[in-house]
Design a binder for this molecule. Structure first.
Ligand code: ZN
Length: 134
């Protein structure tokens, strides 16, 4: 299963929990795990509490550890200016796995599944959800 998300880039954080839950509901599976993966070397999947403070804290954290204001070798290769996006995405990871039981994702109360787009422009992202279970 997969679905599309339009992003704004620049650490855009999108809650994709409803889409993943809906795919699980349609599957009829009761117990197992959901692998959520985003193809592309400048995006990632994680989980955070999706609230206004963290929506600022998380991008600011990446700005500190992988600044967008310094030069990256990648930019010399392609001149696309998104070296920082690639390094952030590598650090983030492209997938997230969540178990489910009784046909419900076993997320914490304040935990959502998040698509992060680190690229330096808006993108249309394909998100792949692979369910394994019974
Ligand atoms: Zn690039």
């Amino acid at each position: 299963n997969q679905f599309q998300m339009d992003t704004k880039g620049f650490n855009d954080l999108l809650d994709i929990t409803p889409q993943v839950s809906s795919i699980l509901n349609d599957s009829g599976l009761e117990e197992g795990s959901a692998l959520v993966f985003v193809p592309g070397a400048t995006a990632g999947i994680t989980s955070i509490e999706y609230e206004p403070g963290l929506l600022k804290d998380y991008p600011e954290f990446f700005e500190k550890i992988v600044p967008s204001t310094v030069e990256y070798e990648h930019d010399k290769t392609w001149h696309d200016g998104n070296g920082f996006s690639h390094v952030r995405a590598a650090l983030q990871g492209a997938s997230f796995t969540v178990p489910f039981a009784d046909s419900r994702l076993l997320l914490g109360t304040w935990q959502q599944i998040i698509l992060v787009d680190f690229d330096n422009k808006g993108r249309s992202r394909n998100v792949i959800v692979q369910l394994t279970g019974i």
